[in-house]
Design a protein around this ligand. Structure first.
Ligand SMILES: [Zn+2]
Length: 404
C-alpha cells in the first residue's frame, strides 16, 4: 500500500538531501499573487568516468507549476566540456552550460522528473556543479526555502524482513547510508529493477567487444552463458521472496559491438552486430536501441524495434583492470572475463551487476557484524548472505513502484 502521507514525507527528505547540491544557489523569493510558483530540483550524477572524460546524468524535477518548454543552466567548476548529449540539447559557452528540452520531454508536470545525460571531457578534478536554474530560476529543491519535517528511514508495512539477527544491524546501517548519500534514491528510474520490469522480466544485453582479439562462436556462447550464470546468482536471492514475481530472469544477448566485423568468427545472424560505432573510444551498440539512451522505452529508432533493444551493456575492455558498473551495464577486462568465463563465480562481474541493481560500494566503511561480502570489493569472491539481504532490501523499498 502506498500512503500519500508517507510519499510526501519522502519527498521532503529528498528535498533536504538535494539541498546539499542546490544550497549554493538558494534564493529568497517574494511570492506574487497569481504568478506560477517556480521550483525545481536537479540531481546530478556521474554515471561513469574514465581517463579524460565522464558520463553524467541529470534528473530534473519540477517542483513548481507545470512547465511547457524548459532550459536548465549550470556552470562547470573545473573545465568540463560537453561533447555529446541525449534526451536534451546541451550547449556550452565557456563554463556555462545550457540544456534545452527535446520535443518529447518539453512538458514537465508538477512533481515529474525528466532525465537527460551527456558525455564530457575532463582536464582535472571532476568537481560537481553546485547550482542549477530552471528557466532562469535557481533550483533550491523546493518552492520555498524550508527545513521540512525530518523523517527516519521507513519500513514498508507487512514485509517479511527477517534477516539473520547477526546481519540485521549491518543491513540497517547500509540502508540508512543509502538513504543519506544517494542524491535521487527514490526518483531515479533506471535501476536494473526498472529495466527488468520494463522488459517484462527479462534483461537484454549488448556486448561491447573493446578488444582486437577474435571471438569464435563458441566463445560468444560461453560469454553469454557466463553472464547468464552470474546474473542468475543475484536473481536467485529474490526467488519466492516478498512477492518477487519471477521464477527466473532470462538474460538475452541481442547484440555485439566490435571494431571490425572480421573479428567475429560466426556467420549466423543470432545477434545483431554493430561495427565500428565508436563511443568512449570503444565499440558501442546502436544508441537508438539502448535503454540508457531511451529510458522512456521508445525504441522506434532501433532497427528491429523493441525486441532488439538492449537494457545493459557488457563492456569487455582489453587490458582493463577492476571493473565498473551502473545502470548502463558493467565493464570488466576482456582477458579477465574470458579467463574466468567458465568459473562458477566471476567475482568482478558479480560485484558490478550488484551496482546495476543499486547496491553501493564499501570503500571506506564496513557494516556492523560482517567482514566479507561481494559488494565490499576484494573481500569475497561470491555473493554472500549479506549481499542477498542487501538486494532484498532494495526490492522491498522499490517494489511499490511496480505495483507490488
Ligand atoms: Zn564497486
Amino acid at each position: 500500500m502506498r500512503s500519500p502521507s508517507r510519499r510526501r514525507a519522502r519527498l521532503s527528505l529528498l528535498a533536504v538531501l538535494s539541498a546539499v547540491v542546490a544550497v549554493a544557489g538558494l534564493l529568497s523569493r517574494v511570492p506574487t499573487a497569481g504568478a506560477a510558483a517556480p521550483g525545481c530540483r536537479a540531481d546530478y550524477r556521474i554515471a561513469s568516468q574514465w581517463g579524460g572524460g565522464f558520463t553524467a546524468e541529470i534528473g530534473l524535477t519540477n517542483l513548481g507549476d507545470r512547465v511547457d518548454g524548459w532550459s536548465l543552466t549550470w556552470t562547470f567548476p573545473a573545465g568540463q566540456r560537453v561533447s555529446q548529449a541525449w534526451n536534451a540539447q546541451v550547449t556550452q559557452s565557456g563554463a556555462a552550460a545550457t540544456a534545452v528540452n527535446v520535443d518529447w520531454n518539453r512538458s514537465i508536470a508538477t512533481g515529474a522528473t525528466v532525465s537527460f545525460g551527456f558525455n564530457a571531457s575532463l582536464s582535472g578534478q571532476n568537481t560537481v556543479p553546485s547550482a542549477f536554474a530552471l528557466n532562469g530560476v535557481t533550483c533550491t529543491g523546493g518552492t520555498t526555502p524550508t527545513t521540512g519535517p525530518t523523517t527516519g528511514p521507513t519500513t514498508p508495512p507487512g514485509d517479511p524482513w527477517t534477516p539473520p539477527a547477526v546481519l540485521a544491524p549491518g543491513l540497517t546501517e547500509v540502508w540508512n547510508h543509502v538513504e543519506s548519500t544517494y542524491p535521487n534514491l527514490y526518483g531515479f528510474r533506471n535501476y536494473g529493477w526498472d529495466q527488468l520490469f520494463a522488459n517484462g522480466g527479462q534483461i537484454n544485453y549488448c556486448v561491447r567487444w573493446d578488444s582486437s582479439a577474435p571471438v569464435s562462436a563458441a566463445l560468444r556462447d560461453q560469454i553469454h552463458a557466463g553472464l547468464t550464470r552470474q546474473f542468475g546468482k543475484w536473481m536467485a536471492a529474490l526467488t519466492g521472496w516478498n512477492n518477487w514475481p519471477y521464477a527466473t530472469v532470462p538474460v538475452k544477448v541481442v547484440g555485439w559491438a566490435v571494431r571490425d566485423r572480421a573479428q567475429l568468427q560466426w556467420t549466423d545472424n543470432s545477434v545483431d552486430v554493430y561495427v565500428n560505432d565508436i563511443n568512449e573510444n570503444a565499440p558501442q551498440c546502436s544508441t537508438p536501441c539502448g535503454r540508457f539512451f531511451h529510458q522512456d522505452g521508445n525504441y522506434s529508432g532501433c532497427p528491429g524495434g523493441k525486441a532488439h533493444h538492449y537494457d545493459m551493456s557488457l563492456w569487455l575492455t582489453s587490458g582493463f583492470g577492476g571493473g565498473a558498473g551502473g545502470d548502463w551495464g558493467q565493464r570488466v577486462g576482456s582477458e579477465y572475463f574470458v579467463g574466468a568465463v567458465g568459473q562458477e563465480n566471476i567475482h568482478i562481474l558479480l560485484h558490478e551487476v550488484g551496482h546495476s541493481f543499486g547496491l553501493d560500494d564499501f570503500y571506506d566503511w564496513t557494516p556492523a557484524g560482517v567482514c566479507c561480502f561481494i559488494m565490499k570489493a576484494g573481500s569475497a569472491s561470491s555473493i554472500t548472505e549479506f549481499d542477498r539481504w542487501m538486494l532484498r532490501d532494495w526490492w522491498r523499498h522499490l517494489k511499490s513502484r511496480y505495483g507490488y
